[in-house]
Design a protein around this ligand. Structure first.
Ligand SMILES: *Cc1c(COP(=O)(O)O)cnc(C)c1O
Length: 384
């Protein structure tokens, strides 16, 4: 017999993210879908991938979707499809997952960094003009934490200077700006289906979307050794196929994406309501934005002490991310624009991602808030 006493209810661990909870919620349908693939005898680029590509293209409102092995590969594929390589510059941000910058580097191009806006945590469009050069080929905004980058001025500047726009939507499945869904703005857009993303597989996955038919055709070749005809490499490609089992899982989960995003919204609303009167800096949603709350990120002094306090009370938190890309050993000294990123550098030691996943019970959110309020009361006493 399991003992669900009061102490369990107040001290069970609260995870920052919980992909197992999604699986458990959909266990039956997911297992049926996986079995269907197992029995089909078709494990690579079959019906499940085709179905997912057309359904996800429809969800984003793009005419073409090419499913690939990861979000990182989606970015590499997008850059390669646009012919970006050696000597070309791509403008992006340093406050992002390493994959954004790694993909540019993997293609032989030079990442050029601009700072982020202090409210949205996304690319500050006002800074783009300051880093333009004759080698600039593309702008790569990231819709970080589920908040959209400010697309209208980015698109305007790209048009003015003849640059491509590649959207990194890995944290923003369903995010909108001015009523339009992200992933449908740029020349090409990239998604990740890593298990903890808003739309997550139970393994790796990614997708590249575009409205441009010739780009889509090139993406199809690039995905599989440059093959149009089997075994004949027409161009130099890679192998980055989404497999049938992951596609089948994504086909199940796509139907729940809007609901899951709404549950994230409810959790975010409760955090905001409970923490409004505190000294923590809370996330701000632009008036023209629909946020999808991949992360609920606050800012605080003394972050590590707060993290430790929460951990002692069985509450997991995250830091997305502990170092900006230009601060990381592999990239320091290699990136243009790295010497002037004051907003990025100021926020890095202050950010804290609170528990956030669709199945997170609201009573758990209340407990996290109680602890945050308790911590603040304690530190006020300490510093008075
Ligand atoms: C997760 C993520 C990626 C990379 O996706 P993977 O599927 O893990 O390769 C790229 N960009 C951002 C912003 C991400 O959060």
């Amino acid at each position: 017999m399991t003992n669900i006493g009061k102490s369990d209810l107040t001290s069970h661990p609260i995870l920052q993210a919980n992909p197992l909870a999604t699986f458990e919620e959909l266990r039956g349908v997911i297992q049926t879908a996986i079995n269907r693939v197992l029995e089909s005898g078709s494990y690579i680029l079959g019906q499940e991938v085709r179905t997912f590509e057309s359904e996800f293209a429809r969800f984003i409102g793009c005419s073409h979707c090419v499913a690939v092995n990861s979000g990182t590969d989606a970015l590499v594929m997008a850059l390669k499809a646009l012919g970006i390589g050696e000597g070309d510059e791509v403008i992006t941000v340093s406050h992002t997952a390493v994959a954004t910058v790694a993909a540019i580097q993997l293609c032989g191009a030079v990442p050029v960094l601009v700072d982020v806006d202090r409210e949205s945590y996304c690319m500050d469009p006002h800074l783009l003009e300051t880093v333009l050069s004759v080698n600039t080929k593309a702008i790569l905004p990231v819709h970080l934490y589920g908040h959209p980058a400010d697309m209208p001025p980015i698109l305007e500047l790209a048009k003015k200077h003849g640059l491509y726009v590649i959207e990194d939507c890995a944290q923003a499945h369903g995010t909108k700006i001015n009523g339009q869904i992200v992933g449908s703005f740029g020349d090409i857009s990239c998604f990740s289906f890593y298990p903890t993303k808003n739309l997550g597989a139970l393994g790796d996955g990614g997708a590249v979307l575009t409205n441009n038919t010739s780009l889509a055709e090139k993406l199809l070749l690039l995905r599989q050794y440059g093959w149009r005809e089997r075994y004949i490499s027409e161009i130099q490609g890679l192998n980055t196929r989404l497999d049938e089992i992951q596609a089948a899982i994504l086909n199940v989960k796509l139907a729940f994406l809007d609901d899951d995003n709404q549950r994230r919204q409810k959790i975010a609303d409760l955090y905001t309501q409970r923490l409004r009167e505190t000294r923590y800096k809370l996330p701000v949603t632009a008036v023209n934005a629909v946020h999808t709350w991949h992360q609920y990120v606050i800012q605080t002094d003394n972050r590590e002490a707060l993290r430790a306090f929460l951990q002692q009370n069985h509450v997991g938190t995250g830091v997305h991310y502990p170092q900006a890309i230009h601060q990381q050993p592999a990239y320091s000294g290699l990136l243009r624009g790295a010497n002037h990123l004051p907003a990025t550098e100021e926020l890095i030691p202050r950010i804290l991602s609170l528990p956030m996943y669709p199945q997170l019970p609201l009573v758990d959110v209340e407990r996290v808030c109680d602890l945050l309020l308790e911590w603040q009361a304690r530190s006020e006493k300490l510093y008075r």
